[in-house]
Design a protein around this ligand. Structure first.
Ligand SMILES: N[C@@H](CCC(=O)N[C@@H](CS)C(=O)NCC(=O)O)C(=O)O
Length: 322
């Protein structure tokens, strides 16, 4: 694990010394926006129009942020329009790396993800994260922010695909934004704040906030089917990718062990329902998920031994429609 400083790779773990042992996530730096006709999008930069075959998505199957983008590519019918490839699950001294066969880099045959970043910006300083949405025409990174990428995929290509499913409908936007910001801080990022904390206080603070949030989501899902009512929105997919990793990884590896998702009847049924949505199961690679976390974070798990369990029956009937 490491980062680029003015285009040079440095192998170093997150620095929590100035934040009282707290893990602080850095902001994504590539924030361009694809729109139907290339007009500037939400972040104000134009010139990236939706075109079939122009863009490539680099993901890790292990990563919950990248996983969101794979789900949107699938549900929005973009498979023949946006190519994708996955990196190896182990993230070691060179950061994310490409592998053999389906884990190779199909565009440049690069060895490491940091080489994709320096192709876009030879002097880039910052973390080398996935997902990355690459523009084959302008030879640069459109975006390395999953929250932005799923918004683009939600609408920019509708004229090409004819798929008008809308996971961010106008009338629900303020509710979606509100739940997203709580879920991001306490749950999506909350599990990382718990797992990467280097002091007892920082860990307990993140842990307590995480389970207060999960309790409130459990409550919410007792009276409504999805996070903002009766239709699946972006907010549900953003929560899903954390929930699906929770019992297999976050409970043990990130010490989020007050309760498992299977102990919450509503969250567990909801998780199974989302998992069973057509197309989603192919985006979930539990082998990559477990290997990535347990092997890559050697300051948390120095032996790199990957636990065999737990057994999770995501296909059991969810009965959320009753
Ligand atoms: N805000 C980014 C976060 C992406 C992110 O942190 N990805 C992790 C993998 S789960 C990563 O690549 N970490 C490498 C690092 O921090 O050096 C997004 O949502 O796209």
């Amino acid at each position: 694990m490491g980062l680029l400083v003015e285009g040079k790779w440095h192998d170093q773990w997150y620095d929590t010394s100035k934040s009282g042992g707290r893990f602080e996530r850095s902001e994504s730096q590539f924030r361009n926006w694809i729109t139907a006709n290339g007009e500037p999008g939400e972040t104000g930069v134009g010139g990236f129009e939706a075109e079939s075959g122009r863009y490539h998505l680099y993901v890790s199957y292990a990563c919950p942020w990248a996983h969101r983008t794979l789900i949107f590519r699938k549900l929005k019918g973009l498979e023949s329009h946006i190519s994708y490839s996955a990196v190896s699950p182990e993230m070691l001294e060179n950061g994310w790396e490409f592998g053999e066969g389906e884990l190779a880099d199909p565009l440049f045959d690069a060895n490491f993800m940091h080489q994709i970043y320096t192709r876009a910006d030879a002097n880039y300083s910052g973390r080398v994260t996935v997902p990355v949405l690459w523009d084959k025409k302008r030879n640069t990174i459109v975006s390395n922010e999953s929250a932005d990428i799923i918004r683009m995929l939600n609408s920019a290509f509708d004229g090409i695909t004819g798929n008008h499913l809308d996971f961010y409908p106008e009338s629900l936007r303020s509710d979606i934004d509100a739940i997203n910001s709580m879920v991001y801080d306490k749950v999506n990022n909350g599990v990382y704040k718990s797992g990467f904390a280097t002091t007892q206080d920082a860990y307990e603070e993140a842990f307590d906030e995480l389970f207060v949030a999960l309790d409130s989501l459990e409550q919410r899902l007792s009276s409504q089917r999805y996070l903002v009512g009766e239709q699946i929105t972006e907010a549900d997919w953003r929560l899903f990718t954390t929930l699906v990793r929770f019992d297999a990884v976050y409970v043990g590896h990130f010490k989020c062990n007050h309760k498992r998702i299977v102990d919450y009847p509503n969250l567990w049924g909801y998780l199974r329902e989302l998992y069973q949505v057509a197309g989603v199961v192919e985006t979930v690679r539990m082998d990559h998920i477990k290997t990535h976390y347990y092997v890559s974070h050697d300051m948390i798990n120095p032996t790199g031994v990957v636990p065999k369990g737990p057994t999770l029956d995501f296909m059991a009937p969810h009965k959320r429609d009753q």
